[in-house]
Design a binder for this molecule. Structure first.
Ligand code: NAI
Ligand code: MG
Length: 501
């Protein structure tokens, strides 16, 4: 029996919301106006965790109206006051470490060691980081001559609509919530329908931290209903979305009709290049980490692995050794490194891509992970492929599952061409001991973030700016603040105005 089956949600969530009132609007827990709900499923066992309110356009509208009113109060507070609340939220997030971690684990299948560990650290860190910036927002003065002053100020948008994904539910939501609030905006969050639970506890925590009611609102529901309604709402001038490129394109097109500003963090098909002068053990560790962590469900996963031909055999042997140490099973067992895939739909998607690859001649390397799937769960063991035709859909599309594809290369130029041969441009990881090669790689690879002799090495201050079909704008760091403020220029003349007429 999965450990999640013994969990009582009332131990982790406010009682109203554990009982299905999961819309957080204007500081109250509410049901959907039409009372409709949907099930939140534990992907480790397939059993139902909770009934979640299925918000629609009418509920989104209520949330936007509440946010509109509260945005004025929040924007009028000075930065120091906003910072104090965000800092308090960070403290409370750390105090709720086990609860937040457990909710994300049972909802998404992520392991408790990750969710209650680095994901809670990252979530709390986001609030601390942006608390440190909210009181340091400045504008500038333009020299316009002796009797004229030009001012450029940064102002919040008012209400921001945030739509978050299921692969890092709480930390991805926090990546939006913290800078949006720090910039003085109110927001309406639509968490992914697969993983709404941790956002509910975050709402409670922000309330406890003293955030004025209505500044943060959550509308649970489906993408095509609540998500689309948030995108179309005329009271939401700014949208922030993380998810698939297909949905990102749809959102950008809809936002284009209303000329809304959008920040998009989308998919990737990121390369990892192992040159013949690389530290092979470190490179194999990097490859196994980036491909298999979180069951491959990471936007910056560098799963297209390009290896200098002379090293392919020894590289694969090292990967086999490292995979043998991975423990896969119940995500709530702290001994496990990996759990199931988030949903049956996603598991079927990964299996379909694997079948397409196999039909076209891709071969699977023999792997012996410590694999203990639970009955009814969406488990899949790690896969390493060779002989995959680069034109196969498996080689072209984002897999979002634990699948590494290894391709040999002969020349540096061949490796770079393969690395850039994708519609995406999110991340890359390059392994070499040559300074010259590292420098060339950094310049030639068309991706927002290039890791040299490391992978997924990030701090809260490190922007991740997607290119091409991987996104618009940049989350994390100071740069995220630019997403959520708009400029206003004021020109003041003190006497001496002369018009044309
Ligand atoms: P999705 O992009 O459809 O879902 C992400 C979020 O968008 C969810 O909150 C969903 O409710 C919302 N959404 C869906 N349709 C919408 C619409 N028309 N208007 C507004 N919001 C909408 O992704 P999905 O279907 O769950 O996963 C499919 C693939 O997307 C994955 O296999 C993976 O390749 C990619 N993905 C990438 C992520 C990333 O971190 N960049 C995160 C999640 C998925
Ligand atoms: Mg779930």
């Amino acid at each position: 029996m999965a450990i999640a089956e013994k969990i009582k949600l009332t131990d982790y969530l406010p009682s109203d919301c554990a009982a299905g009132k999961t819309l957080w609007i204007g500081g109250e827990w509410e049901s959907a106006a039409d009372a409709q709900t949907f099930a939140s499923i534990d992907p480790a066992s397939g059993h139902e965790l909770a009934q979640i309110a299925q918000g629609k356009a009418i509920d989104v509208d209520r949330a936007v109206q509440a946010a509109k009113v509260a945005a004025k109060t929040w924007a009028a507070m000075d930065g120091m006051a906003r910072a104090a609340i965000l800092r308090k939220a960070a403290e409370l997030i750390r105090e709720h470490r086990q609860a937040l971690g457990t909710l994300d684990s049972i909802d998404s299948g992520k392991t408790i060691s990750e969710t209650a560990g680095r994901n809670v650290d990252g979530t709390a860190g986001m609030f601390d980081f942006y608390a440190g910036i909210t009181d340091k927002i400045r504008g500038s003065v333009i020299d316009m001559g002796p009797k004229t002053t030009g001012l450029v100020e940064k102002e919040p948008y008012g209400v921001v609509g945030a739509i978050s994904p299921w692969n890092y539910p709480m930390s991805n939501a926090a990546t939006k919530i913290a800078p949006i609030l720090a910039c003085g905006n109110a927001l309406v969050l639509k968490p992914a329908e697969q993983t709404p639970l941790s956002a509910l506890l975050l709402a409670h925590i922000l309330d406890q931290a003293g955030l004025p009611k209505g500044v943060f609102n959550v509308v649970t529901g489906l993408g095509a209903e609540a998500g689309a309604a948030l995108v179309d709402h005329p009271g939401v001038p700014k949208l922030s979305f993380t998810g698939s490129t297909a949905t990102g394109r749809r959102i950008a097109a809809a936002a284009g009709q209303n000329l809304k500003s959008v920040t998009l963090e989308l998919g990737g098909k990121s390369p990892l290049i192992v040159f013949d002068d690389a530290d092979l053990d470190a490179a194999a560790s990097g490859a196994v980490t980036t491909v298999f962590m979180n069951q491959g469900q990471t936007c910056t996963s560098c799963a297209k692995v390009l290896v200098a031909r002379s090293l392919v055999g020894s590289f694969i042997s090292k990967c086999q050794e490292k995979v043998a140490a991975i423990k896969i099973g119940d995500p709530l067992d702290p001994a496990n490194d990996l759990g199931p895939i988030v949903s049956q739909v996603q598991l079927e998607r990964v299996k379909k891509l694997l079948a397409q690859g196999a039909a076209a001649g891709a071969k699977q390397v023999e792997l012996k992970a410590d694999y203990k799937p639970l009955d009814g769960g969406n488990f899949i063991a790690p896969v390493i492929l060779t002989d995959l035709d680069p034109t196969n859909p498996l080689a072209k599309e984002e897999i979002f599952g634990p699948v590494m594809a290894v391709y040999p290369f002969d020349t540096d130029d061949e490796a770079y061409a393969a690395a850039n041969d994708t519609q995406y441009g999110l991340a890359a990881s390059v392994w070499t001991n040559s300074l010259a090669r590292a420098e060339v790689a950094r310049r030639v690879i068309n991706a927002g973030i290039v890791w040299i002799n490391c992978v997924h090495t990030l701090s809260l201050n490190t922007p991740v700016p997607g290119r091409k079909a991987s996104g618009l704008g940049s989350e994390y760091g100071w740069e995220a603040m630019d997403n959520y403020m708009r400029l206003k220029t004021t020109v003041t003349m003190f006497g001496g105005y002369q018009g044309l007429f």
